[in-house]
Design a protein around this ligand. Sequence first.
Ligand code: ADP
Length: 267
Amino acid sequence: MNAPVSSPADTGRRFYQPHGREVELFLHASQNQLPVLIKGPTGCGKTRFVEHMAEQLQRPLYTVACHDDLTAADLVGRYLIGKDGTFWQDGPLTRAVREGAICYLDEVIEARKDTTVVIHPLTDERRILPLDATAEQLTAAPGFMLVMSYNPGYRNLMKGLKPSTRQRFVSVAFDYPDAAREARIVQRESGVELPLAESLCAIAAALRSLSDADLEQPPSTRLLIHCARLINSGLPPQVATEAALTEALSDEAATQQAIRQIIHALL
Ligand code: ADP
């Protein structure tokens, strides 16, 4: 299966609201050719951050959304059969290594374990990618940078990243932005007025303070943006919050009722 890849031209000019000193950290990691691991819950801005940094560093970006069938061959490449016979096609990691690009492995913990075999030699002093199938050994071009993200949340507690892998990376922890930053992000990304963005963020804060037993996953900044966009395009807030928050967060009638009460009190 080929990994979904965004083309290097995809990055565009994207707004990024920093959480802390992650921009500075990333720039130094890049300067020192160090790989970066970003930890944090889904929808909190990890991908947006990497896109922003690729743009700032003027490097192409190859993003791979990892899943449980993703193998080393999906990253490195494989022989394909064409009308003129077999030919080799580079995977996104190989392209990034050759071009000196940033390769971003999103939710890397989902990928098959054989991917660590190709990651390890790229993340130490050697910076090499052995291509067994073509008997090549590529040395990464100077700008090459490996960035991975994972969500250390409940479901991944057991899966974890092996210490031998994670200790190769400089790590940065992301969380949901504080209320003021999150409201600015929601406003900017959806076009709603600031007071409405603030109310949605207050709802999110209240929902995030519920226990894990109540909500499998707390609402992400992404969900708030979806909700705000629906409202901004004219959908009544009740309909928008029902679809983008209540139904998106739970299937349990009792939990949904609790979510509605919080929304009703704060919107
Ligand atoms: P993740 O990769 O952590 O799952 P994303 O980076 O895709 O999350 O974030 C989801 C959406 O939330 C983005 O498309 C963007 O609209 C918005 N977003 C979240 N955090 C930020 C931020 N710090 N600055 C700008 N936009 C953000």
